[in-house]
Design a protein around this ligand. Structure first.
Ligand SMILES: [Zn+2]
Length: 442
């Protein structure tokens, strides 16, 4: 059993676990980095795992759980916590088992991202204005977790590009203005807006529960079709998607970026992301989601990702799911919803789609809202007529077909004109004493 450490500083706002350990190291005199690593994580080289040291169980033991359990630490204090919502159910179950079993593991490898070349495990980011503020308010700077999320390349608070640091030596370091950092790239106004949107999206997603990635994938396809990037009836095209992506403000920034994200600028990866069912890198999903829905307000973009099942779905071959598997047929539940509303605007709102998209879809089905409603009133009339005749027949079990005709003339005539087959079926229940006369009435 690990011995508890004496003084346990509390979290300072949104600092990362690495930042807390570096602060702890500084408070205790900046002695041996190895000793601090051994004390906090039972690993002399723990400082090299800047995103999440493997022996978090040891850390929870020596801090007496006062700073959170292993799951909380991963979710809230490490950059790789953002991977968790994107994990498949089986991978998530495996991670939870590792969290509970108490053995030290490499979290990045556990998340299936060991070979990923899209983000760096050792690189850290900071905002110079944030450092200034921290130093004057607290005397010590911190690594903010919001600056370390995937896709976080600007400080959303100050609208400044973040500096990147890749420390080469094994050390517990807090950010300083003299850090050996790469200067932040200059950004245009449009790029800055895009980067802030993406950065806030990443922060929201990091706080999300497990995402339904199959539905998210389908909703992305739906988004492309609603925005006219791809057609409603053809499979998605790799180059078409890439051309669309290249028109986004964020792409000029990605293309100039010196980091691994630079390889996303081409946009060809979007096609594979949508077609493949395997779990792909969260950064791709964040960038795609931002590009698809950056014209919306931030909360709507996040809500679409967190609750994709509330939106109409399309699969990659151009066939609808909620709308039905055939383009010329609306499924019963959508049909019911459409006939229950009074305007197309209302229908679009309830289906969570745009007016333009709904009208287009109705046209493809060869119908309109007015037509659907008139069909519905025909159905209601049919039911009323049928029930009315049925009641007469139940009350007069010995009636003949002439009796039915004479006593239920209006519903009988309506059925003969609009639903003759159903009338035949109904009349088949009446005794055949005058069956030869049926032809007179039908
Ligand atoms: Zn800042």
């Amino acid at each position: 059993m690990a011995t508890s450490i004496g003084f346990i500083p509390s979290w300072h706002l949104d600092e990362t676990l690495y930042s807390w350990a570096a602060r702890f190291h500084a408070i205790h005199g900046n002695g041996s980095a190895r000793e601090t690593g051994a004390l906090l994580f039972d690993a002399e080289h723990a400082c090299r795992e800047r995103d999440a040291p493997r022996n978090l169980h040891h850390f929870v033991n020596v801090t007496g759980g006062t700073l959170g359990n292993v799951h909380d630490l991963l979710r809230e204090r490490t950059a790789i916590g953002l991977y968790l919502p994107f994990l498949s159910p089986s991978m998530l179950a495996a991670v939870k088992e590792k969290i509970n079993c108490g053995k030290g593991i490499g979290w990045r490898a556990q998340f299936g991202m060991a070979a990923s070349s899209l983000d760096s495990a050792s690189q850290l980011r900071y905002c110079t204005t944030c450092i200034d503020e921290d130093r004057s308010n607290l005397g010590l700077s911190r690594w903010r977790v919001s600056h370390q999320w995937l896709g976080s390349w600007v400080c959303a608070e100050h609208g400044r590009p973040l500096c990147k640091v890749s420390p080469k030596r094994s050390a517990w370091e807090l950010p300083t203005l003299c850090s050996q950092s790469m200067p932040p790239p200059s950004v245009s106004e449009a790029e800055l807006m895009a980067l802030i949107h993406l950065s806030k999206l990443a922060e929201h997603v990091a706080r999300s529960e497990a995402l339904d990635m199959d539905s998210v994938r389908q909703l992305a396809l739906n988004g492309f079709r609603e925005q006219g990037v791809t057609s409603w009836s053809h499979p998605v095209d790799r180059m078409q998607l890439a051309r669309w992506f290249k028109s986004m403000p964020i792409v000029t920034w990605l293309a100039r970026s010196q980091g691994p994200e630079n390889k996303l600028a081409g946009g060809e990866w979007i096609h594979d992301l949508l077609r493949d069912r395997r779990v792909d890198h969260p950064l791709k999903w964040l960038v795609l989601w931002h590009a698809l829905f950056s014209h919306e307000d931030q909360l709507s973009t996040v809500r679409r990702l967190q609750t994709p099942v509330s939106q109409p779905h399309w699969d990659a071959s151009g066939q609808g799911r909620i709308w039905g598997t055939a383009l010329d047929k609306l499924p019963a539940d959508v049909n019911e919803l459409l006939t229950g509303v009074t305007t197309v605007v209302q229908a679009a709102e309830q289906l969570g789609t745009t007016l333009l998209s709904l009208r287009k879809r109705l046209k493809q089905s060869g119908t309109t809202l007015k037509l659907l409603r008139s069909e519905q009133s025909l159905d209601e009339r049919f039911n009323r007529s049928k029930v009315s005749i049925q009641i007469y027949m139940d009350e007069n079990p010995l009636c003949t077909r002439t009796d039915v005709f004479l006593h239920c003339k209006t519903p009988y005539e309506w059925l003969r004109k609009h639903r003759p087959k159903e009338l035949l079926l109904l009349m088949a229940k009446v005794p055949h004493r005058r069956s030869r006369q049926i032809a007179l009435f039908i």
